[in-house]
Design a protein around this ligand. Structure first.
Ligand code: ATP
Length: 517
C-alpha cells in the first residue's frame, strides 16, 4: 500500500498522541524539551514490557549453559545515593561531553560534532585570495551547508568567486587549540566570526540538594543509571539472600541525564527508564557469561516480536570501549530515523571487577566474596551488565508494530505481540439494545479479572475495530442477536481481520491460549 508523504516517525508520534500512548510533558505550558509523559495506553504497554523483562530475568530466568536455572534476584534502590557513589563510578569526573556555545545565536553544540573548514574566495576585480573559517555540524550535508553559507557571505561582502571546497581537509572543532583561529571561526548557524566559546565539559548529571542548606556539602545527584545502586547493595544481597556467584541482581527504574540534544521522540530523553542487571561471576568465567548474555538478550528482543533483520549485534572494537570494559556489544535496532543503519537499544558490557573495586576503595568496605566451597578463595566477582532502556524499548515496540494498510478500516494500526498489548480484548455489543449490552457487560465483568478488556458500545462496529487496531488490541468480541440464542460471540483477529464464532463459555480459554502462544 502506498504510504502518505509524511515521515513514519511523525505519523507514529501523532498516533501516540491521538490514542494516548505518549504526550509531550507539560504540554499546556508549551512543553519541556527532553521530557515525555505516558498516557493510559503507553503506561500499560510500558508496564507490560517491564513485566515481561522482570519475569524472564528474575522470576523465571533462562537456564545456564549447564542446563540449570540461573539465580537472579530483584532490587529497587534509591534514585539519590551518597554523592561518593558517583565519584567512585567515575561519573563526576568523566560523565561529560565537551560543549560549545555560540554567543551570537545562543545555540549549544557538542564540540566533537562541529567540523571547521577553511574556505578560499576571490573578490570581484581583485586577484587576492581571501579565507574564511566556516563550521557546520559534521555529517553528510556538511559540504553543502558550508558551500551555501560561503556563497551567502561572499554575496554580502560585495560578491566574488568561491574556490573549490575540500571538506576532507576540515578539522574537528576540538582540535582547534589556538585562540587566533578560534577568533576566526564562524559558528554553524552564525554570521560573524569568533562567537563560539572554547569547548567546556558539561556534566550530564542533574544536581540537586538534600536537607535545608543548599551548598557544596549538601549537593547530590539524580542517578544517571540504575546500575550503581546494585553495586552499593551487592554485599547486602549476598549476605541476606541465598545467592552465590554466578548470580544476578536486576533493577528497573528511572534514570536522569541532562542530554545536550534530546531527540527522536522518546529515543533520547532527559528522564527515562532503564532495565539493568548485574551478573556477578568468578573472574575466569567472565568471557563465557558475556557471550551467554549477548546471545540471550538478542533472543529475548526477538521473542518480544522484534524481527531478526531489524536487530544487529554491534561489537564495540578495542579502543572505542570504556577503558575498564573487556568486551562490549550493543544490541541495535533499525529505527526509522537511523535506517538503513541501526541505533542502540541495549548495551551488554563485561565490566570486569571495575565497579566493585572502585566502591571498595572509596568506601573502604571489603567487598570480596569468600568461596567456602573452594578453600575460602577470596575474590572480587567480575560483572556482566545487560543494560537496556525501557522507554527506548517501548519506542522499538511502537516502531516495529506500526503498520500502514489503506484497505483496512483504520489504515494505521499496531501489530504488537498479543501478550504485550495494552488491551487484550475489546468487547462490543452489536447494538445498544435487545439484551446485547447486558450479555456484553457480563462478559466484560468476568474476563477483566483475567486480562485487560475494554467495553465499547459507541459508533459503528467498523469504527470500534479501527479504534482497537490503533491501540494494538489483538482480539475483539462482538455480541450480536444470535449470541442470545447460541451463547457464542464473533471474535475478530487484529492481524488477519478473520472472524470466528467462539462460545462464551470458552472465550477466556480461547484468548488465554493465544496470549500464551
Ligand atoms: P548513548 O551512547 O546513546 O548516550 P549510552 O551508551 O550512554 O547511550 P548506556 O549508559 O549504556 O547508554 O545505557 C543503557 C541503555 O539505556 C541504552 O542502551 C538506552 O536504551 C538507554 N538510554 C541511555 N540514555 C538514554 C536516554 N537519554 N534516553 C532514553 N534511553 C536512554
Amino acid at each position: 500500500m502506498p504510504e502518505p508523504d509524511t515521515s513514519m516517525m511523525s505519523r507514529l508520534t501523532a498516533l501516540c498522541k491521538r490514542r494516548g500512548f505518549v504526550f509531550q510533558a507539560s504540554e499546556i505550558y508549551g512543553g519541556l524539551n527532553g521530557f515525555w509523559d505516558f498516557g493510559p495506553l503507553g503506561t500499560q504497554l510500558k508496564n507490560n514490557l517491564r513485566d515481561a523483562w522482570w519475569r524472564d530475568m528474575v522470576e523465571c530466568p533462562p537456564l545456564g549453559p549447564d542446563g540449570k536455572p540461573l539465580s537472579i534476584v530483584g532490587l529497587d534502590s534509591s534514585i539519590i545515593q551518597h554523592p561518593k557513589t558517583w565519584e567512585a563510578s567515575g561519573h563526576v569526573a568523566g560523565f561529560a561531553d565537551l560543549m560549545v556555545d555560540c554567543r551570537e545565536t545562543k545555540q549549544r553544540y557538542r564540540a566533537d560534532h562541529i567540523i571547521v573548514v577553511k574556505v578560499l574566495f576571490k573578490k570581484k576585480d581583485n586577484a587576492t585570495t581571501y579565507t574564511m573559517q566556516l563550521s557546520a555540524l559534521d555529517g553528510d550535508e556538511a559540504s553543502e551547508v558550508i558551500t551555501r553559507k560561503a556563497k551567502k557571505l561572499i554575496q554580502k561582502s560585495g560578491g566574488g568567486e568561491l574556490l573549490p571546497i575540500n571538506i576532507g581537509e576540515g578539522r574537528p572543532f576540538t582540535e582547534i587549540q589556538d585562540s587566533e583561529t578560534l577568533a576566526l571561526v564562524i559558528g554553524p548557524d552564525a554570521e560573524n566570526p569568533g562567537t563560539l566559546t572554547e569547548p567546556r565539559a558539561f556534566n550530564l548529571m542533574f544536581p540537586t540538594y538534600h536537607g535545608v542548606f543548599q551548598n557544596e556539602e549538601s549537593k547530590v545527584w539524580l542517578r544517571p543509571e540504575t546500575a550503581q545502586g546494585i553495586f552499593l547493595d551487592y554485599k547486602n544481597v549476598l549476605d541476606t539472600s541465598r545467592v552465590k556467584p554466578p548470580f544476578g541482581v536486576a533493577q528497573v527504574g528511572k534514570s536522569f541525564r541532562n542530554e545536550v540534544t534530546p531527540r527522536n521522540f522518546i529515543f533520547r530523553t532527559r528522564e527515562f527508564e532503564q532495565m539493568e542487571m548485574e551478573f556477578f561471576c568468578a573472574p575466569e568465567d567472565g568471557m563465557m557469561w558475556y557471550e551467554f548474555w549477548v546471545n540471550e538478550r538478542l533472543r529475548w528482543w526477538e521473542a518480544q516480536g522484534v524481527k531478526k533483520e531489524n536487530l544487529y549485534r554491534h561489537d564495540i572494537p578495542d579502543g572505542e570501549r570504556a577503558f575498564y570494559s573487556a568486551a562490549t556489544a550493543d544490541i541495535e535496532y533499525k529505527y526509522p530515523f537511523t535506517a538503513p543503519n541501526f541505533g542502540e537499544l541495549e548495551g551488554v558490557a563485561y565490566r570486569t571487577d571495575y565497579d566493585l573495586k572502585q566502591h571498595q576503595t572509596h568506601s573502604k568496605v571489603n567487598l570480596e566474596y569468600i568461596d567456602q566451597e573452594n578453600g575460602n578463595r577470596r575474590y572480587l566477582p567480575h560483572v556482566i551488565e545487560p543494560a537496556s532502556g525501557l522507554t527506548r524499548g517501548l519506542l522499538v515496540l511502537l516502531c516495529e508494530g506500526y503498520q500502514y494498510d489503506e484497505s483496512r478500516a483504520s489504515p494505521e494500526w499496531l501489530k504488537i505481540k498479543p501478550s504485550l498489548a495494552p488491551i487484550k480484548l475489546g468487547i462490543f455489543p452489536l447494538v445498544n439494545k435487545d439484551g446485547m449490552p447486558e450479555v456484553a457487560e457480563k462478559i466484560y465483568l468476568d474476563l477483566r479479572k483475567h486480562f485487560t478488556c475494554q467495553y465499547d458500545a459507541k459508533q459503528s462496529i467498523g469504527k470500534r475495530y479501527a479504534r482497537m487496531d490503533e491501540a494494538g488490541t489483538p482480539f475483539c468480541a462482538t455480541i450480536d442477536g444470535e449470541s442470545l440464542k447460541d451463547n457464542a460471540v464473533t471474535v475478530r483477529d487484529r492481524d488477519t481481520a478473520q472472524q470466528e464464532r467462539v462460545s462464551i463459555d470458552r472465550l477466556r480459554e480461547y484468548v488465554e491460549k493465544k496470549l500464551a502462544g
